[in-house]
Design a protein around this ligand. Structure first.
Ligand SMILES: [Zn+2]
Length: 248
């Protein structure tokens, strides 16, 4: 199994529109601070390509990383920075229908807003695993908005697992149990540097501290960066975090 980070930016990406913050003003195309919206590409042992999230940057991500048609697109929740990239592949999908996996709320948003994009939509349920090649995929319920999932990926040959929990403010006990012992947890760093009281849908600094105590994983990888983050390291809670350099 191979994992490529196609983006680690928050909903607006970095630079943000109209450069209304310091980092967005300074960031250069191709620099380490340039971040597409959060997305992953998983390549299985047999060569199947699984795209995690259909971001509004999907066109440039597919160009930058030389992607061909993915065998599946997994969508964690209906927010536009995770789902609405499907609009950009409407023309492509008319000729090469893509397969999209999402929960029932995501399906409702697809049906009501973007059903003119022809896809093969498969609805999943939290904690009900499905398989693509030798990869076992378990949707994990997380608390963010409405119905939101993360994913647990398990390579059935090696037994190695990692979790992707992109947007959340806390995790249910069942999810907490399932991500124990993973090689890595990829998770939400949106407000890691500050406590912002008017958005309760993402982990904030105090909640992140609690969240860290629950995660028993070899590595924690941060994603969903806002423009407050600077390039390669960040010192929070006395830990110097490695910020994903492969965002662009
Ligand atoms: Zn979200």
């Amino acid at each position: 199994m191979n994992l490529t980070f196609l983006g680690s930016g928050c909903w607006q990406g970095i630079p943000a529109p109209f450069q209304d913050d310091k980092i967005s003003k300074e960031v250069k195309w191709g620099s380490k601070d340039f971040r597409f919206r959060t997305s992953l590409l998983i390549t299985t042992q047999k060569g199947s390509k699984i795209l995690v999230e259909a971001t509004p940057d999907i066109r440039l991500q597919s160009w930058k990383f030389n992607l061909s048609k993915p065998d599946a697109i997994l969508v964690s929740h209906w927010h536009w920075d995770h789902l609405f990239g499907l609009l950009d592949i409407a023309w492509f999908s008319e000729k090469n229908k893509v397969t999209v996996y999402g929960n029932s709320t995501t399906k409702k948003w697809y049906d009501s807003r973007i059903a003119h994009v022809p896809v093969n939509f498969i609805t999943f349920e939290s904690y009900r695993s499905f398989e693509i090649d030798n990869l076992k995929i378990t949707p994990l319920k997380v608390n963010h908005v409405d119905e939101t999932d993360g994913f647990l990926f398990e390579d059935k040959d090696s037994g190695k697992k990692f979790a992707y929990l992109s947007d959340l403010y806390e995790i249910p006990l069942e999810t907490e149990g399932l991500i124990k012992g993973t090689e890595a947890v990829i998770t939400d760093a949106t407000y890691l540097e500050s406590d912002i009281s008017d958005d309760s849908t993402h982990l904030q600094k105090n909640q992140f501290n609690q969240f860290l105590k629950k995660i028993i994983s070899k590595e924690i990888i941060l994603t969903g960066m806002t423009p407050v983050f600077k390039t390669l390291s960040l010192n929070v809670f006395g830990i110097v975090w490695r910020i994903i350099p492969a965002a662009f």
